[in-house]
Design a protein around this ligand. Structure first.
Ligand code: ADP
Ligand code: MG
Length: 325
């Protein structure tokens, strides 16, 4: 399908609406939740795209669409090779009644061609070793492991079918801070070893800072801004990104005093009834009339150069590039 250097994953104008119904027996459709709306991106081999946004903005829905756990309402997903998912909560995503060997080997039941029957035990032992667990743990059950170890088991299961792309939905959110870095480091090592591409979903910008080559900031079902790490962290042009970054703790006390915290007014509007035009306008300190009538598209502003010239869904990205949070 694609040339060797082409993207391993290409998503265009992806949308997911969940119908809102009323009534128990006779269900009537009374509206729709716009969980994901016109999301587009491409991912290259070995690349990590971080997707960041507050709870409810549509991150998990994007993940589920990518791995076909949900069907899109609109848009297309093209991928080269195999795509697998690592789930958020390693406590609930591993079947407590299955041994670790059976959990990691389960993909081979569905795709027997990936490891011939006689080789499966060995394949599972190899996978355990690859994620830093002892092959001796094969016959244990999930409850005998810590959270970090359980997420390693989830990653081993994700690797079983040798995917090109792994979608990791908040893979470290449920883990202690001290363990989060270990799991992120493991994922980076596996990425180098296997040339994996990641869609790495996180709740806040600090989690993906180290691992992501590019970052997409999501708000109410849409991408507000997308760019490389330095573009997003040092030159944010969307007010929402600026607000998020102003809330990230800064270790350097000098830098800390130079920065003011941007407090957004109000709550995130309901995705069942999103604001017209720019979805962020109801909380944006720079919104003008145009923002209510014209939906900004995610595009590189023509008047910007250098690191400020990256995709931003703000009508006023150009002037906002001057504003440093
Ligand atoms: P996130 O992962 O960023 O927290 P989600 O993708 O889980 O966000 O949810 C996005 C929006 O879609 C939320 O408003 C959520 O309530 C809604 N939603 C998610 N799944 C469903 C579903 N199966 N049916 C109806 N609404 C859903
Ligand atoms: Mg989620």
């Amino acid at each position: 399908m694609a040339e060797p250097d082409g993207p391993v994953l290409e998503v265009r104008d992806l949308a997911k609406l969940y119908p809102l119904t009323q009534g128990v027996v006779v269900k009537r459709r009374v509206g729709a939740v716009r969980a994901v709306d016109t999301v587009s991106f491409a991912l290259r081999r070995g690349e990590t795209l971080g997707i960041v946004g507050e709870s409810g903005c549509g991150k998990s829905t994007v993940a589920k669409l990518l791995v076909s756990l949900e069907r899109p309402t609109a848009g297309t997903i093209h991928y080269r090779g195999n795509i697998q998912m690592v789930f958020q909560d390693p406590y609930t995503s591993l079947n407590p009644r299955m041994t670790v060997g059976d959990i990691i080997g389960e993909p081979f039941e569905i795709h027997p061609e990936a490891a011939p029957k006689g080789d499966r035990r060995r394949a599972v032992r190899e996978l355990l070793e690859v994620v830093g667990l002892s092959p001796e743990h094969l016959n244990r059950y999930p409850h005998q492991f810590s959270g970090g170890q359980r997420q390693r088991i989830g990653i081993a299961r994700g690797l079983a079918l040798r995917p090109e792309v792994i979608v990791a939905d908040e893979p470290v959110s449920a883990l202690d801070v001290s363990v989060q870095a270990q799991v992120v480091n493991l994922m980076e090592r596996l990425q180098d070893e296997f040339g994996l591409a990641y869609v790495f979903i996180a709740h806040d910008l600090s989690v993906v800072r180290h691992i992501a080559d590019r970052v997409a900031v999501m708000y109410l079902g849409r991408f507000a801004e997308m760019g490389t790490g330095p573009e997003i962290y040092d030159h944010p042009t969307h007010p929402y990104t600026q607000a998020l970054l102003s809330a990230v703790p800064v270790p350097d006390p000098v830098a800390r005093t130079r920065r003011t915290r941007i407090l957004l007014p109000g709550d995130v509007p309901s995705p069942a009834n999103p604001p017209s035009g720019c979805r962020f306008r109801t909380r944006c300190w720079k919104a003008r009339d145009r923002c209510a009538t014209e939906t900004p598209v995610l595009a590189v502003p023509s008047g910007l150069a250098g690191p400020a010239a990256h995709a931003s869904a703000c009508h006023f990205a150009e002037e906002r590039a001057e504003v440093r949070a």
